[in-house]
Design a protein around this ligand. Structure first.
Ligand code: ASP
Length: 344
């Protein structure tokens, strides 16, 4: 099958150009697909799916990114908030049962996707947050430890020295574009829809992963440390069902990365899966899922990956300033393949 002209394929460890199954042609299973060139995570999930379940593969893949601190934007030691603390968001969804476990604003526990899995396995809840999520994690045997590193402390102190720029405050005084807090509400409210969030590759990212096993069973997961300099307590889209990721048996899964404060208002992962259920290819579904976001927020920055249970996959992005890279491994690829998807 021919690769679409607008996609460029980067291959690691092999010298041949591959055909792959983006944009509509079915490929064999199992399939692992994840956001960004986080190829070690892809390989870990791929290795796990050979003998384990799709859920085990999701946890193995996302955990790998957490321990390797992918781009500094997943796991400990990255994206310190306004008070210098790294906090984590993660989720896992079983598409076959619609069971979900997720954690938001998780503190002092490194393996956020592991804790999300524990929420799914050992409670009847869906989402635990903050200090209480940490208490739950410790109860379940996870280690409590600081997530601060020299690097995250340095990011935080440079930010303080730079008058707390950039930050995510608005309609407060003193002027948040010029000084640090503490802030008080200001009397006038302005619309900030056209503002460009100060986000770029190195201060935000999420591993979002979809796994389809050899029998077509599917699940999805995410893990991130959110946005640098976020307001303490901020939870992004990554642990929100249908926003960060979504999976549905017999259909497929999707996952998102980018400006989570905006994306969680549109549930792009849910939308992408619903569009695949209605017959769209993953590529078309991913594109359609971000169109309403772009319409409402023309400067939106983000991307969605989607895969169906036949092993077909695709992605769409907007506002990244360069093509969006995502990683794929299936029997069609001799090793992990990084695909560049130009943005809409
Ligand atoms: N979506 C993540 C968040 O807003 C960050 C990212 O993926 O870029 O927390």
């Amino acid at each position: 099958m021919a690769a679409p002209m607008r996609l460029r394929v980067l291959l690691f460890d092999v010298a041949v150009l591959l055909c792959f199954s983006a944009n509509g042609s079915a490929g064999p299973l199992p399939l692992v697909i994840n956001t960004w060139p986080f190829t070690n995570a892809t390989l870990k999930a791929w290795s796990e799916i050979q003998t384990g379940s799709y859920l085990d593969a999701l946890v193995a893949g996302c955990s790998e990114c957490e321990s390797q601190q992918c781009d500094g934007t997943v796991g400990y030691g990255g994206s310190p908030d306004e008070i210098g603390e790294t906090t984590l968001d993660a989720m896992i969804m079983d598409g076959e049962t619609h069971d979900v476990g997720s954690v938001g604003d998780l503190r002092r526990v490194k393996n956020a996707i592991g804790v999300a899995r524990a929420v799914m396995d050992y409670t009847q809840h869906t989402l635990l947050v903050g200090e209480s999520a940490k208490d739950f994690a410790v109860e379940m045997g996870f280690k409590e430890e600081s997530l601060t590193t020299n690097r995250s402390a340095e990011i935080h102190s440079s930010w303080l020295q730079n008058k707390c720029q950039p930050n995510y405050r608005q309609n407060v005084s003193p002027d948040p574009t010029k000084s640090c807090g503490p802030y008080k509400p200001s009397s006038k409210l302005f619309t900030h829809r056209d503002f460009v969030k100060p986000i770029h590759r190195w201060n935000h990212d999420t591993i979002g992963m979809v796994v389809v096993d050899k029998d077509g069973k599917t699940g999805s997961g995410t893990s991130t440390n959110g946005l640098s300099h976020k307001v303490p307590g901020r939870v992004g889209d990554s642990p929100i069902v249908g926003a960060g990721s979504y999976a549905s048996g017999g259909v497929g899964g999707a996952a998102a990365t980018g400006d989570g404060d905006i994306m969680m208002r549109f549930l792009p992962s849910f939308n992408a899966v619903m569009m695949m259920a209605n017959g769209d290819t993953p590529q078309k579904a991913a594109e359609k899922s971000i169109m309403p976001i772009i319409k409402a927020y023309p400067k939106f920055v983000g991307a969605v990956i989607a895969a169906n249970t036949k092993g077909t996959y695709g992605a769409a992005c907007h506002g990244l300033g360069s093509p969006f890279k995502f990683s794929v491994r299936s029997p069609d690829t001799p090793t992990v393949t990084v695909i560049e998807q130009p943005c809409i």
